[in-house]
Design a binder for this molecule. Structure first.
Ligand code: ATP
Ligand code: MG
Length: 446
């Protein structure tokens, strides 16, 4: 993409009403625009990152054997009356009527609709296990929408639902989600800690939240510093293996504690040596639940068990805050000049800065680089505006592309351009061909 033809409405001023750094940076970098409290338009740069996050979520879900679908955002209240949640859900549910006076709602979550879909088609234990999921907009009329996309009213969520014959099988699905979530966050360059949690309106027996460590997190947590060295992407985990999925869960047990839970703290302190104990704050970027037959019983989602009985299926639901992840990523990856995207989610793979727009040799070198990088299947952002170098650098730093290539007449005379890492600030002078190869190498690994 050539910046002169792109739509990147960066702001010079720091927006006064944005309280946390990710919100400020998303507004300044022209990623989102607020349309109403907790409701945002996704501008090109923000939309690109949102799509990259979605793509990673899809890939990791499908790797775990889960099947994508898409359900409507507007739902009839009848299903929610059947499950008994319509009256109880409270003020967070946005309710409305259609022209015929029928009660409708904007889905805040979708246990009912997935259970209804299941019961319509699946009748036998032979069709289990089954996990279906979607990435779809949700609406929760949060009392205090704040921090930009972190606590919106309309937000994008991945929600998945497993259907199993037995409790054991459903707990395997739970553990499988736990592993796949850890891999998902890791691919985005995030360290997430799964913590046992309270279940809230979804209900159920078992639930874990996934926390990303960042100063502006809403939950306090103690953790074992060695937790941050656990890596899942490199392991060949067999998602069908009950033991392998269970063992992960166990790696985390007793290695963290909520700061407001004294029982958890005493277990944590007994288990983790003092030198490895850390205190931090965490942002909830996902949650998984096992809730047994809570929805399958009232909605009549039963299957034949092969022994002549009709039994309600055991279920769980599993959510990832896709749009909240943008905020969490920025909270965990920024400096005083702007965002620092991890390679896994960056909107463009690199930026090209032309230091002397209009100089024939410099323009030609930039065009060649742009074409060569694109030909490798990468997506560069070429700053071809007629602007001062300082302004171009400031924009690149603000929008946070992990690699910047600086091209100027002086370097070109000795056959080099400069490759700069946004994270370390370190630069290298390299021949243009070498830069192209280096980027191809970085992203093939990343
Ligand atoms: P919270 O405790 O932060 O209100 P929740 O526990 O009610 O969230 P879940 O039902 O577990 O949310 O939803 C799954 C995921 O969706 C959450 O882990 C979070 O990442 C994301 N999410 C929930 N509410 C919002 C919101 N208002 N804005 C953006 N993302 C949200
Ligand atoms: Mg939650």
């Amino acid at each position: 993409m050539r910046l002169s033809r792109y739509f990147l409405p960066v702001l010079k001023e720091t927006p006064a009403d944005a309280q946390i750094v990710s919100h400020r940076l998303m507004l300044r970098a022209g990623m989102i625009r607020q349309q109403a409290a907790g409701i945002y338009s996704w501008l090109p740069l923000g939309y690109k990152v949102l799509r990259r996050i979605e793509q990673i979520v899809h890939e990791e879900q499908q790797r775990a054997g889960h099947i994508p679908v898409l359900m409507p955002t507007l739902q009839s209240a009848d299903l929610w009356r059947e499950s008994g949640r319509y009256d109880g859900y409270g003020e967070e549910m946005l309710r409305m009527q259609d022209r015929h006076g029928r009660d409708m709602l904007f889905s805040p979550t979708a246990e009912e609709m997935f259970t209804d879909t299941f019961r319509a088609y699946v009748k036998s234990y032979k069709d289990l296990p089954l996990t279906i999921y979607q990435i779809q907009w949700k609406f929760r009329d949060e009392i205090r929408p704040r921090f930009g996309v972190m606590r919106g009213r309309e937000f994008l969520m991945k929600d998945g639902y497993n259907f199993d014959l037995t409790k054991e099988a459903a707990l395997h699905a739970y553990n499988r989600h736990l592993v796949s979530y850890l891999r998902t966050y890791e691919r985005m360059g995030l360290q997430a800690i799964p913590m046992r949690a309270e279940s809230g309106p979804i209900g159920g027996d078992d639930t874990h939240e996934f926390l990303v460590l960042a100063e502006t997190g809403e939950s306090g947590v103690f953790y074992d510093s060695e937790i941050t060295e656990l890596r899942f992407g490199e392991r060949a985990i067999d998602y069908d293996s009950v033991e392998q999925c269970q063992a992960v869960l166990e790696e985390f047990t007793s290695r963290y504690a909520r700061t407001d839970d004294t029982h958890e703290q005493s277990v944590f302190e007994a288990q983790v040596p003092e030198a490895r104990r850390r205190e931090a704050r965490g942002i909830e970027v996902g949650q998984i639940f096992y809730f047994g037959t809570k929805y399958s019983e009232p909605l009549g989602a039963t299957v034949s068990d092969g022994e002549g009985n009709q039994v309600p299926v055991h279920m769980g639901s599993h959510g990832i805050g896709v749009s909240r992840l943008l905020g969490a990523l920025i909270e965990a990856n920024h400096d005083e000049n702007g965002i620092i995207w991890p390679e896994g989610v960056t909107p463009f793979h690199c930026g090209i800065v032309n230091l002397r727009q209009g100089d024939a040799a410099t323009d030609a070198a930039c065009e060649d680089l742009y074409k060569a990088i694109t030909a490798k299947g990468l997506d560069p952002l070429y700053d071809d505006r007629d602007e001062r170098a300082g302004a171009k650098f400031a924009t690149m730093d603000l929008i946070g592309l992990p690699w910047r290539i600086t091209v100027g007449p002086r370097g070109l005379k000795s056959g080099v351009v400069e490759l700069t890492s946004r994270r370390s600030g370190e630069s290298e002078e390299l021949a243009p061909e070498t830069v192209v190869d280096r980027l191809a190498e970085i992203y093939a690994l990343g």
